[in-house]
Design a protein around this ligand. Structure first.
Ligand code: GLU
Length: 315
């Protein structure tokens, strides 16, 4: 099996240090195994995606020395594939149209909160009769498309970094929206968890390595792999880079993007070395100052830490 991994940045901002570090780990893993490192631009959020951010991300990855294989893929070019796959799930009964108004959903969540329950979709439109659907359509309601998530399912995977991770279906928030509202004869804009799975299957990804902020998406994605009849890849969730106070890095921390470090005069080799060490321990005897190519020779997930790593103050 040839290892195929990807970095899948959303061009809604400059190349973030966390995304860059995820790219570094994917690159090291691919190069260690003589596999492919693929770049996919996740620009499904048309409102927030900008070509100048895509350029900043590509430039930042190149500056760090992360070369990718094949032409980069853009999700905005692949809408018809996503729509075809949504249709497949509808036809097979894994997904359905759901007609709630936002006021109805708000009332449902308020009632759940009042009962001290966590807010979740209660699957109320899962079994509408054709007459009920026709009545909603006649009212002018625009349905979203939801993917069924069974409460009593248990989903487990052996994470490359964290070992066995298990989730219960009932903790995943109810049947999940996979396509935004559109008329009942159309398929609206497909959403993140769905398009990621369709792409990762279509692009033959063998390992999904990403930040641990995505860990709650993985059980939903595993259910989508099953419904689409695809083999599961391996998953690895890497620790986040935190600010000097140990919190998730945010805009308020000032320096968060690779181009900021570049402007401050840091050398790419130094940043690449530092980012790798924030999360990976080189094997005994290896010098702590290394090139990415040297790190690739020795890279493995058993030496990736589970806990988040604090960035040393830069201001
Ligand atoms: N577009 C997602 C992000 O930027 C990618 C997540 C993934 O790797 O699946 O966080």
């Amino acid at each position: 099996m040839t290892v195929r991994v990807r970095i899948a940045p959303s061009p809604t901002g400059n190349l973030h240090i966390g995304t860059a570090r995820t790219a570094v780990f994917n690159w090291l893993f691919a190069r260690h195994h003589g596999g492919d490192f693929i770049l996919r631009v996740e620009d499904t959020d048309r409102e927030r995606s900008r070509p100048e951010y895509t350029q900043n991300i590509l430039d930042g990855l190149k500056w760090l020395g992360l070369s990718w294989d094949e032409e980069p893929v853009a999700q905005s070019d692949r809408l018809s594939l996503y729509q075809e796959k949504v249709k497949e799930l509808l036809d097979k009964g894994f997904a359905y149209r759901s007609y709630e108004t936002s006021a109805e959903l708000d009332a449902m969540r308020d009632a759940q909160k009042a009962r001290g329950e966590a807010p979740r979709y209660d699957n109320r439109h899962r079994k509408l009769t054709p007459e009920q659907e026709a009545a909603f359509i006649a009212e002018g309601r625009q349905p979203v498309i939801r993917f069924k998530i069974e409460n009593d399912r248990e989903i487990s995977w052996n994470d490359l970094v964290r070992g066995t991770v298990t989730w219960k279906g009932r903790d995943l928030g109810g049947d999940m929206v996979i396509a935004r509202a559109a008329s009942a004869t159309e398929i609206g804009q497909p959403l993140y968890n769905f398009v990621v799975v369709v792409d990762d299957i279509d692009m033959g990804m063998t390992h999904i390595i990403r930040g641990e902020d995505h860990i709650g998406n993985t059980p939903k994605q595993i259910l989508l792999y099953e419904a689409l009849g695809a083999k599961l890849p391996e998953f690895g969730h890497t620790p986040l880079i935190l600010n000097p106070q140990g919190q998730k890095l945010s805009k308020r921390d000032g320096v968060t993007s690779i181009s900021d470090f570049q402007k401050m005069g840091y050398l790419p080799e130094a940043i690449a070395n530092y980012m790798t060490l924030l999360g990976w321990s080189p094997p005994e005897g290896m010098n702590e100052i290394f090139t990415l190519a040297e790190a690739a020779e020795h890279f493995s997930f058993d030496r990736v830490n589970k806990a988040g790593q604090n960035l040393i103050g830069t201001s």
